[in-house]
Design a protein around this ligand. Structure first.
Ligand code: MG
Length: 177
């Protein structure tokens, strides 16, 4: 049985385009998602504090990165794969980001058991055979702590060397348990 860990923001959730759009509507400063060439969003907007406050709204509105059927190929193959989400909880005193993320998963990926969601900003402490992630820094730290594990970097404007989520899932599906 393989333990497969998926990051959520920028991996399952196509967050950045929606987040920048919501920010643009609020501030009049529209930043095209293709311009995001590094993971540090604070370099790309003039009011980063404002951007942070708009995260709950962006999460509620953001679409999934792939069709649910593609993710279900893995989730429903539960004789071979244990699928978990490992995602940042983002401290926010007004909203429960974990609750928003749980509702989002229930809505778009109803076959996924939301009890398998792990909220942490210390992903390197979570063991697994595979981590699918869009932060190169997080991936490198996880791989250093999980030398047996295999990390996959998801393609994004800030990850030109990454692979599409769809092709990563196909590779995982081909792994021997
Ligand atoms: Mg991410």
């Amino acid at each position: 049985m393989k333990t497969i860990l998926f990051d959520m923001d920028g991996v399952l959730v196509d967050l950045i385009p929606t987040w920048l759009h919501v920010y643009g509507l609020e501030t009049g400063e529209f930043v095209h998602p293709d311009r995001i060439d590094s993971y540090a969003l604070q370099k790309h907007v003039s009011d980063y504090a404002k951007l942070v406050t708009l995260l709950p709204q962006a999460l509620l509105e953001a679409p999934p990165m792939i069709d649910s059927s593609e993710f279900n190929d893995l989730v429903l193959h539960n004789d071979k794969f244990d699928v978990y989400i490992v995602t940042h909880a983002f401290e926010n005193r007004q909203y429960s980001i974990p609750n928003i993320k749980i509702d989002w998963m229930r809505h778009y990926f109803p076959n996924f058991d939301v009890n398998n969601m792990i909220f942490t900003s210390q992903k390197h402490l979570i063991n697994g055979d595979v981590l699918v992630e869009d932060s190169e820094k997080v991936l490198e730290k996880w791989e250093a702590n999980n030398p047996e594990g295999e990390g996959f970097l998801v393609h994004a404007p800030y990850n030109p060397n990454g692979q599409s989520l769809w092709s990563i899932i196909r590779i995982i599906m081909g792994m021997q348990s």
